[in-house]
Design a protein around this ligand. Structure first.
Ligand SMILES: [Zn+2]
Length: 120
């Protein structure tokens, strides 16, 4: 696998920056939805209360995964600046450009990523 060209690195850097800003905006927008649901027995029937709790759980899970992606995105940007980007943090091999295009924040190659996911 080849090292990233300057142009590829610039493309990925751009993607990471956009992704970082998009996630930040998203997290600000979602701040209200992930606050605990007010369980007003008078205002809500039983079914809509369950609905509200489920939506709440989904919002919290979504938010957690967005926050994780944001952290990974910021770390990836730092690696670009440190000239340490595009390697797998586990096996030290180059991560293919095609993979980075889809998931620029990733720090593992596909092999290590799936090995890590099996272990969790
Ligand atoms: Zn690897």
């Amino acid at each position: 696998m080849d090292e990233l060209s300057k142009q590829q690195e610039t493309t990925l850097h751009d993607k990471l920056l956009k992704q970082k800003n998009a996630l930040k905006n998203l997290l600000v927008d979602n701040e209200d939805t992930s606050k605990p649901v007010q369980l007003d027995q008078q205002a809500l029937g039983r079914v809509s209360r369950i609905d509200a709790i489920q939506q709440q759980k989904m919002a919290v899970a979504n938010r957690a995964s967005q926050e994780l992606t944001l952290v990974q995105t910021i770390k990836a940007l730092r690696r670009i600046h440190e000239d340490n980007y595009g390697y797998c943090q586990e096996c030290d091999k180059y991560i293919p450009y095609e993979r980075l295009l889809i998931k620029p924040e990733t720090s593992f190659c596909i092999q290590c990523q799936s090995a890590l996911e099996k272990n969790t």
